[in-house]
Write a protein that binds this ligand. Structure first.
Ligand code: ATP
Length: 359
């Protein structure tokens, strides 16, 4: 049978708790084998959306279709997913093997096959030989790998991960990121992971769904979300971005604080907005020679602080006392050749394609 694409289709989903709208008209399509991250600040509704897909939360409106089947009203036990929670949620009185085999009990598999499957999974999560241990004898990272094996044991169509790394320390978290990605690719399983950690989403996801107040703010590849943030909210939430309030004067000039500035783009018709660019997208010079304002935003600003960050140098530039400082990230070598001093007035230029304007 041909699997229809998309594998998962969410249509106009709505969920409220009392008068609070947690999910507001969410529509989304996920392809088979994709790794999707729901990313957003606390309370934006990402866990509620994951739980609705699992059937652990019942929506008031909307449909969820998985592999061509409308699952909107199915109870969780009749849906085809494996789930991993932040808190491992292993059964403490069962051994690791019994935990992993738990979901297999209803599958009427012969004992031998069940044992083989558990052993194969223990190999896959790089923990062979720990099947007889109890969860309490394992580290947090090991327990989470076991939880992952348990979720994959029934070979579900969908893997749901609810902040699976956030209870772990930084080193284990980084290591497990790679392991989850490797397992996901190996199994080719359609995966949705909830996270509030942008680095996690940027490094792990095929596509990121950025959520804001129960709505989808943007869906895109990590690169799209980083380079072309669709809204000011996404620009603020993903990566760091210089964002300056601006008053629009005409189609190509605006006021930044008390400065009138020409921009190398056509501005939308509006009174005010926010001009933004990433700290690594600006170039620095000690004089304005060769800078064309047809293709670049050109600004003169005072260097206020220099922070050595190891791999690069972060500069804090003051354009106008009314505005937040502009951050620039420069390679260390460029700093050594420019040798700018604090207090000096410098020229920075930002190419047109790196500029964003949000009305
Ligand atoms: P977090 O990372 O903090 O869990 P989230 O984006 O996953 O954030 P949700 O857990 O989906 O957010 O919650 C969205 C909103 O819905 C929050 O304001 C939360 O307080 C509210 N909410 C979630 N579950 C319930 C519930 N059972 N009863 C009442 N309000 C709820």
């Amino acid at each position: 049978m041909n699997t229809p694409t998309p594998y998962l289709r969410i249509q106009h989903l709505r969920k409220s708790f009392g008068s609070f709208i947690a999910l507001d008209d969410i529509s989304l399509e996920i392809k088979e084998g994709e790794f999707i991250c729901f990313l957003g600040p606390s309370g934006c509704g990402k866990t509620t959306l994951l739980r609705a897909i699992a059937g652990l939360e019942q929506q008031e409106q909307g449909r969820i279709v998985q592999a061509g089947q409308d699952i909107s009203t199915l109870p969780p036990q009749q849906r085809d997913f494996g789930i991993v929670f932040q808190s491992y949620a292993l059964f403490p009185n069962l051994t690791v093997s019994e935990n992993i085999a738990y979901g297999l009990a209803n599958m009427r598999l012969p004992r031998r096959e069940r044992r083989q499957r558990v052993e194969a999974l223990l190999e896959q999560i790089h923990l062979p030989g720990i099947g007889d241990k109890f969860p309490g004898q394992l580290s947090g990272g090991q327990q989470q790998r076991v939880a992952l094996a348990r979720a994959l044991a029934t070979e579900p169509g969908l893997l749901l991960l609810d902040e699976p790394l956030s209870a772990l320390d930084a080193r284990v978290r980084l290591h497990l990121r790679n392991e989850i990605c490797a397992l996901q690719r190996k199994f080719g399983i359609t995966t949705i992971m909830v996270t509030h950690d942008q680095d996690e989403a940027l490094t792990m996801a095929d596509r990121i769904v950025v959520m804001d107040h129960g709505r989808i703010a943007q869906v895109g590849t990590p690169e799209e979300v980083y380079r072309q943030p669709a809204t000011e909210f996404v620009a603020r939430f993903v990566g760091s971005m210089n964002l300056m309030p601006a008053e629009v004067l005409d189609h190509c000039s605006l006021m930044l604080g008390s400065r009138e500035v020409k921009v190398p783009m056509t501005l939308p018709v509006c009174e005010r907005g926010t001009l933004g660019f990433r700290p690594e997208c600006a170039q620095l010079q000690s004089a304005p020679f060769g800078l064309s304002s047809d293709h670049n935003l050109v600004l003169q600003a005072r260097l206020d602080h220099v922070h050595f960050m190891g791999a690069f140098v972060r500069l804090e530039m003051m354009l106008d006392e009314e505005l937040p400082p502009i951050h620039m990230d420069l390679p260390v070598e460029q700093m050594s050749s420019l040798k700018p001093s604090v207090g000096e007035s410098l020229w920075l230029s930002v190419p047109r394609e790196a500029l964003k304007f949000y009305p």
